[in-house]
Design a protein around this ligand. Structure first.
Ligand code: AMP
Ligand code: MG
Length: 483
C-alpha cells in the first residue's frame, strides 16, 4: 500500500493509554464500498483502494507499512451513569497519517476482540458499517465536522446480533479518537499525571497555538466546549439526531463521532427519539443542546486536576450563549434573513411551532421556502401545511419581514439554497442501500448515495429522487444500538 505517510503521535503517550495489538482478519474479504474523495484527501493514487494490498490491510489480514495498531482505553458516562472502563472493544487505531487536512487517525472498526471487548465479539456488521459510512459523508457534505470512512470491507464471517448477519469492517478517518471519556478515565483513576499528558498531547498535536496561552489547559477546555456548542448548533440546524451522546462518543476536537442509531428528522418533531433503546428520550432531538452541556460538565470534572473550578465554571457558562447565537444565526440564514431585526426570533420560533404542529417535513419545507415570493400564494409551500390559515398568517408576517431586507430576491434565493439542503440522509434512504447490500449483495446504492450526499445543496438531476419524503414503510424505522 503506497502513499500513506504514517506519523503515529498517539503512540508516544505510552502504554497506559492503549494496548498494542494486531487485528483479527476476515477470511474471504471483499470490497463493499470505497470513497474516492477520502482517498484523495489521504493522498492515495487513484485505484489504490482497489489493490490487493489495500484489501489485505482493510480486512485486518496485513499491516500497512508504518501502521502500528492499538486499542485505546477510555471511560465515559453512558446514559447518565459512569462506566469506569471502556475502550476500543471492536476497533483499532491503525495509526496516524499526514494529509492535506492535517494529521488524521485511521481506525479499523470491526477488527476483532481487544482487552476492552468485555463480553462482546469485537465485530461490526455490514448494516452498521453502511450506516456509519453514509453518515460521515452526509454530515461532511452539509459542512458539519464529522469522522468519515475510507472503505467498507465485507466478509462471509457470521456475526450474531438479533440474528446472524455478515461481518464487515470499516476504515474510519478522524482528526482524533481522543474522547471526553479518555480524560475521565484517568481522572477517575486518580492519574492526574496522565490527564496532564493527554491534555498536553492534544495541545501539541492539534492546537499548537494554545501552547503560548497563559493557561493552555484552560484554553483546551474552552476549545472543546466551544467546538461542542458549535457542532450541536449545526446538528440542530439540519435536523440531525446523534442517538448516543455518551461522553465516550464525544470527540475532544468537536467532530461528530461514533454513529450508531442516528437519524435525520423527516417530519419536524422536537421530541423525536432516533434510538429505539433510548426509552426515556435522554438523547431526543430537542435535548441534544442540553446534553452537550452535561457532557462538557463531565469533561470539566475530568480536567479538574489541571484547571481551577472557577475557571471551569466560567467556560461552562460560555456554552449556552454561544450555542444559541450559532443556532439563531443559522436559522436566520435558513429563512434568508441577512439583517438581524427584533422579531426575528419570534418569526423563527412560530415557524418551527407550525412545522411541529403540522408534522411537516423539515428538509422539504425549508428547501421549498427558498422559492418563497412575498405576497404571492406560494402554493407548493402552502400545500405542505395541513393548516392553511396558520400558514397564511405566518406567510404574511414573513412577506412583511422580507420587504425590510436590502438583498434582492435572486440573491436571497441563491443564499438560501446554499444552506437548505435538497436532501439529507433520511433513514429510508440508508435502509434502501442496506437492504440491497445485505439481501442481494448489490452495493450500487451505497455509492449512489455517497455521491448524492456530497452535493446536498446543488444536486445533479440524477439525485432528484433523494429529495422525496419517506414512503409509508420508511416513516417509523427504529434503529437500535446492536450494531
Ligand atoms: P458504542 O455504543 O458503539 O459507542 O460502544 C460502547 C462501548 O462498547 C465501546 O467501548 C465499544 O468499544 C464497545 N463495543 C460496542 N460493540 C462492541 C462489540 N461488538 N464488540 C466489542 N466491544 C463493543
Ligand atoms: Mg462509542
Amino acid at each position: 500500500m503506497h502513499g500513506l505517510h504514517f506519523d503515529n503521535r498517539f503512540h508516544s503517550l505510552g502504554d497506559a493509554f492503549y494496548t498494542a495489538l494486531a487485528p483479527t482478519g476476515f477470511a474471504n474479504p471483499h470490497l463493499v464500498a470505497t470513497n474516492p474523495s477520502a482517498a484523495q484527501l489521504l493522498g492515495l493514487a487513484p485505484g489504490a483502494l482497489e489493490s490487493p494490498e489495500f484489501l489485505a490491510w482493510a480486512s485486518g489480514n496485513a499491516t500497512a507499512p508504518g501502521s502500528a495498531p492499538l486499542a485505546m482505553v477510555y471511560a465515559g458516562h453512558q446514559f447518565g451513569g459512569y462506566s469506569p472502563q471502556l475502550g476500543d472493544g471492536r476497533g483499532l487505531l491503525l495509526g496516524q497519517v499526514r494529509t492535506r487536512a492535517g494529521l488524521l487517525d485511521l481506525h479499523l472498526k470491526g477488527a476483532g476482540k481487544t482487552p476492552y471487548s468485555r463480553f462482546a465479539d469485537g465485530r461490526a456488521v455490514l448494516r452498521s458499517t453502511i450506516r456509519e459510512y453514509l453518515a460521515g459523508e452526509a454530515l461532511h457534505g452539509l459542512g458539519i465536522p464529522s469522522t468519515r470512512a475510507l472503505a467498507i470491507v465485507g466478509s462471509d464471517e457470521p456475526v450474531l446480533r438479533e440474528q446472524v448477519e455478515a461481518g464487515a469492517m470499516l476504515i474510519r478517518m478522524a482528526r482524533t479518537h481522543i474522547r471526553f471519556g479518555s480524560f475521565e478515565y484517568f481522572h477517575h483513576r486518580q492519574r492526574p499525571d496522565a490527564v496532564r499528558a493527554l491534555a498536553d498531547h492534544v495541545i501539541a498535536t492539534y492546537l499548537p497555538d494554545l501552547a503560548a496561552a497563559a493557561q493552555p489547559h484552560l484554553e483546551l477546555f474552552r476549545h472543546a466546549v466551544h467546538a461542542t456548542a458549535r457542532l450541536i448548533a449545526q446538528w440542530q440546524t439540519v435536523g440531525f439526531c446523534h442517538g448516543v451522546m455518551n461522553t465516550d462518543n464525544m470527540s475532544i476536537l468537536g467532530e461528530t463521532l461514533d454513529f450508531g442509531p442516528y437519524g435525520f428528522l423527516d417530519a419536524y418533531a422536537p421530541g423525536h427519539i432516533c434510538n429505539h433503546s433510548d426509552h426515556e428520550g435522554r438523547y431526543a432531538y430537542h435535548r441534544q443542546p442540553a446534553i452537550g452541556l452535561w457532557n462538557c460538565n463531565a469533561l470539566a470534572h475530568g480536567l479538574s486536576s489541571l484547571i481551577a473550578a472557577d475557571d471551569l465554571r466560567t467556560v461552562l457558562l460560555e456554552y449556552e450563549p454561544l450555542l444559541l447565537a450559532e443556532l439563531r444565526r443559522r436559522q436566520r440564514d435558513k429563512l434568508g434573513l441577512a439583517l438581524e431585526l427584533p422579531g426575528d426570533a419570534a418569526l423563527i420560533d412560530d415557524l418551527l411551532a407550525l412545522l411541529a404542529k403540522g408534522g411537516i417535513d423539515y428538509t422539504l419545507f425549508f428547501r421549498q421556502l427558498c422559492d418563497f415570493v412575498p405576497g404571492a400564494a406560494n402554493t407548493p409551500l402552502r400545500d405542505l401545511c395541513p393548516d392553511r390559515a396558520v400558514f397564511a398568517a405566518w406567510a404574511a408576517r414573513y412577506s412583511t419581514r422580507l420587504e425590510t431586507e436590502t438583498r434582492d430576491a435572486a440573491a436571497r434565493r441563491a443564499a438560501m439554497r446554499r444552506v437548505n439542503p435538497a436532501h439529507v440522509l433520511r433513514n429510508y434512504l440508508a435502509e434502501t442501500a442496506i437492504r440491497a447490500a445485505v439481501d442481494q449483495g448489490d452495493y450500487r446504492e451505497i455509492d449512489n448515495l455517497r455521491r448524492a450526499l456530497a452535493q446536498p445543496f446543488d444536486p445533479a438531476d440524477e439525485f432528484a429522487r433523494y429529495a422525496a419524503p419517506p414512503p409509508d414503510w420508511g416513516r417509523g424505522i427504529a434503529v437500535s444500538c446492536s450494531s
